[in-house]
Write a protein that binds this ligand. Sequence first.
Ligand code: AMP
Length: 255
Amino acid sequence: MKVMRLNRVFNKNLNKQKLLLAGGLVLAGGFCYYLNEEAEASDKSKYHGIVIFGAPGSGKGTQSELIVQNFGHVHFSTGDILRAEVRNGTELGKLAKGYMDAGGLVPDNVMIGMISSHIKGPEPKKHGWLLDGMPRTAIQASALDEMGCQPNLVISLNVPDEVLLERICGRREDPVTKKIYHMTFNPPPSDIVGRLTQRSDDTPEKFKVRLQAFHDQSAPIISHYEKQGKVQVLKLDGTKNKNEVFKIISDKLKE
Ligand code: AMP
């Protein structure tokens, strides 16, 4: 009897130990997963949240592509997201289209709602995020801070207005491959010229409105981040060729 009772006590203790061990393993596993997640986020760069900033035509899209290829951040171009919404005829697309066609800005509350549904997903958390086209107003910058999406690096591409105008008005897209060409600086192969399209807001008239919006509302964003003192701001000469610009960005991201 005594042996049986002892056995029961022993088994009970063994079960307790097993439970503790299992609990410990779960905790350790969770901790390793957490560390792993953090490690992946900072594997290639300590800069987990990046805003790429500049006027239309400053080269944000080109540099974003290179950052994604080399560092693996998840890229959010608010202009591309909106254009997809317009193409798909969604409610958001219908609402945004008028503002976009006129070269104006889509209202802040719409943009903030839209980006929060994208940027908070598991992929950007894991691989880091690169925001292109947002924030475009001080209200959007503050909203991002409040939702815990403060960048730790802002890349600012500076290009004079007359260069921007030349870049924007010569820009064409191939609707088949989605590749972007420039009629002078990056001419397309002659057999596809006929099918290329121009964005409806890439005309000189619309561009002037977009540029004005940039100077009025977007430029103060750099001082928003500089004032905080927590975010590094990398100011670059965006007239240099794309590889020279990317070399500077890449050196920064490898720090
Ligand atoms: P983009 O391709 O970045 O030049 O954006 C094209 C258009 O989308 C802009 O001219 C705006 O009408 C709209 N848009 C994109 N991002 C934003 C934003 N963050 N805030 C307001 N409007 C935006």
